[in-house]
Design a protein around this ligand. Structure first.
Ligand SMILES: N[C@@H](CCC(=O)N[C@@H](CS)C(=O)NCC(=O)O)C(=O)O
Length: 209
């Protein structure tokens, strides 16, 4: 399997955490987003929206969308499971993950930021305000959803932690204050000591800059 990846992509970071938790061996092919490599015709043929991650299976089958890729990996290697066994807690963990993946991440994605700059003449200070606004509002909502310690939904990491940690990495990068989210900060600290999260960290990737 090949993962089309970029060290700072938070969606690809989610998949890297899942791969590390499962102990899978997956080849990585970096796609440099700031150089626009995602729009090269060869990669766009694999990812119609020209975004990472994409997973290519050994027979050439392509899977896009980080949560779909993670679902596939979870089915491929069910141990350890990426959702709590309790049905209700599993649904809550999925809801927290979707809050991040659907309600926060798309609003500050590179192509959205580039469109604000190019098509709407947004200034850097306005972009910074936009980014912080959506990340802060979304993480405040996630803070209320977190049900447990040390991980967000139990004693083991789940899909919720897999989505949360890359979003926290982004929040820190863009100076979003996190003191108002003590549960998120505690979960982040627990994940920072977990080998799978260390392995998947952006600065641990071969294409890190
Ligand atoms: N919903 C998608 C989001 C993927 C996505 O937006 N990836 C970003 C990096 S985190 C990207 O490739 N952006 C390239 C661009 O906007 O040009 C997923 O979960 O896989």
């Amino acid at each position: 399997m090949i993962l089309y990846d970029y060290f700072r992509s938070s969606a690809a970071y989610r998949v890297r955490i899942a791969i590390a938790l499962k102990g899978l061996v997956v080849e990585r092919r970096p796609i440099h987003l700031l150089r626009g490599e995602q729009r090269d015709p060869g990669y766009r043929a694999k990812s119609p929206l020209a975004i990472v991650p994409t997973l290519e299976l050994d027979d050439g089958t392509l899977i896009t969308q980080s949560l779909a890729i993670i679902d596939y990996l979870d089915a491929l290697k069910p141990d350890p499971p990426l959702l709590p066994r309790d049905r209700v807690v599993a649904a809550q963990a999925r809801a927290a993950a979707l809050t991040i993946a659907c309600e926060i991440h798309p609003l500050a994605n590179l192509r959205v930021i580039e469109a604000l700059q190019r098509e709407f003449d947004a200034r850097d200070d306005q972009i910074a305000k936009w980014r912080k606004r959506w990340i802060a509002e979304g993480l405040s909502a996630v803070e209320t959803l977190i049900a447990s310690a040390p991980f967000a939904f139990g004693a083991e990491p789940s899909l919720a932690d897999i989505c949360l940690i890359p979003q926290v990495y982004n929040a820190r990068r863009f100076d979003v204050p996190l003191e108002v989210c003590p549960r998120i900060v505690a979960v982040d600290a627990a994940c920072a000591a977990h080998p799978a999260f260390l392995e998947a960290h952006p600065q641990a990737q071969p294409d890190a800059e």
